[in-house]
Design a protein around this ligand. Structure first.
Ligand code: KG4
Ligand code: ZN
Length: 363
């Protein structure tokens, strides 16, 4: 069964064809990072307009690369939640129109849940990719770490999961992005902090870890503020000094040490909560998902500290893409119900635990 996936929830326009929920036949991602970098973050209006310009060519390219005609496609899966409303509308409108015109069932996909399904991809027509050797097994513990989410979710089966804990303030990716700004590192902050941290001393600055009542919850805003205060202190300024003027006052050695110290504490926090959930729930598999799952230090620490083997999705499938949407689309096609393409609406702020698919407990 071949599913066409469509993703447009933030600043990536993507389409992919995936067969049987594990074999990627094509995955096309048109990133707007260059457009938004000059503003230091995603500008929603510009994102929506850019999606409109490229959505049709991106879908066509995905079909061409997969060597598929419309007759070969069994269903369409599109992200309808969560994300920027204008961006979501472009992808879902394209999907709705195609579902009607081509007479295909349409499945609505929750973007954050789909990040977890990047780990179910075990084959790809691009042989250069290092993929997991097998699909994860249930019960499955997922650490979801993206620009908008930081959650520990326990999956009992497809479409059947519970939220163990989540961030009480900033998402971890957001913390990477904000700390990068404080240090004068380019957007997106995650990869630039990781790169700067390679040359830094991760023990140089002692930054606090948040203590919370729920052992699976997270908090990153205090850590971000602690970096700001430490930078101000290092350059001899007080908290009234404008933060956007700080990057000019620190040198490259300090920048690398701050990046490494912040990354160590942020990653240790993620790993400690995951280990706690692992020992409390004894899942058969553990996966990480979302853009921050591309972080090598997170991968290294988890591999060293988890008692079971963990396999990672390649970078291309960790950051936003449509292969993960089409992969989850396959399981919706097995166990879920198609949406009505005439009435489908986007839901910009829907938690994955409240999707109809999860609440219905389909398995
Ligand atoms: O999942 P994603 O591509 O988009 C959202 O759905 O949010 O995640 C984007 C986030 C950004 O905050 C970015 O800085 C972060 O993932 N990120 C990283 C790395 N690569 C991307 N964070 C840490 N280390 C990385 N290597
Ligand atoms: Zn994402």
């Amino acid at each position: 069964m071949k599913i066409l996936g469509i993703e447009s929830s933030c600043d990536e326009t993507a389409a992919a064809v995936v067969e049987d929920g594990f074999r990627v036949l094509s995955s096309v991602v048109n990133s707007q990072i260059d457009i938004h970098a000059q503003y230091g973050g995603v500008v929603p209006e510009i994102a929506a307009r850019s999606h409109i310009e490229v959505i049709n060519p991106v879908i066509r390219e995905a079909l061409t690369r997969a060597q598929c005609s419309w007759d070969d496609i069994d269903a369409i899966a599109a992200t309808y939640a969560p994300g920027l409303v204008g961006s979501l509308l472009v992808g879902t409108l394209a999907a709705r129109t195609l579902a009607i015109l081509r007479n295909k069932p349409l499945y609505t996909i929750h973007h954050v849940e789909a990040h977890v399904y990047a780990n179910f991809i075990t084959e790809s027509s691009s042989s250069a990719l290092q993929l997991p050797s097998k699909q994860p097994e249930f019960p499955l513990l997922a650490l979801i770490v993206s620009g908008g989410h930081t959650q520990l979710v326990l999956f009992h089966g497809h479409g059947d999961y519970e939220l163990l804990g989540q961030t009480q303030d900033d998402a971890v990716g957001e913390a990477f992005d904000k700390v990068a700004k404080i240090l004068g590192l380019p957007y997106p902050g995650g990869p630039s902090i990781a790169a700067a941290a390679e040359h830094g001393d991760s023990e140089k600055y002692h930054l606090p870890k948040a203590k919370l009542d729920n052992p699976y919850d997270f908090s990153f805003s205090g850590l971000k503020t602690a970096v700001l205060r430490a930078v101000q202190h290092a350059v001899g300024k007080d908290f009234t000094f404008p933060s956007h003027e700080l990057p000019k006052l620190i040198n490259d050695v300090q920048r690398a040490d701050f990046a490494a110290s912040f990354q160590r504490v942020a990653v240790e926090t993620l790993v400690e909560r995951t280990l706690r959930a692992y020992s409390d729930f004894a899942p058969r598999s553990v996966v990480i998902a979302g853009g921050v799952a591309a972080n090598q230090e997170l991968r290294r620490q988890l591999s060293v500290r988890l008692p079971i083997a963990i396999e990672y999705a390649p970078m291309q499938f960790c950051t936003d893409n449509a292969a993960m949407i089409a992969t989850l689309g396959f399981f919706h096609a097995q166990y879920g119900t198609p949406a009505d393409p005439y009435t489908l609406d986007v839901i910009p702020s829907l938690s994955m635990v409240n999707t109809a698919w999860n609440v219905a407990k389909v398995l």
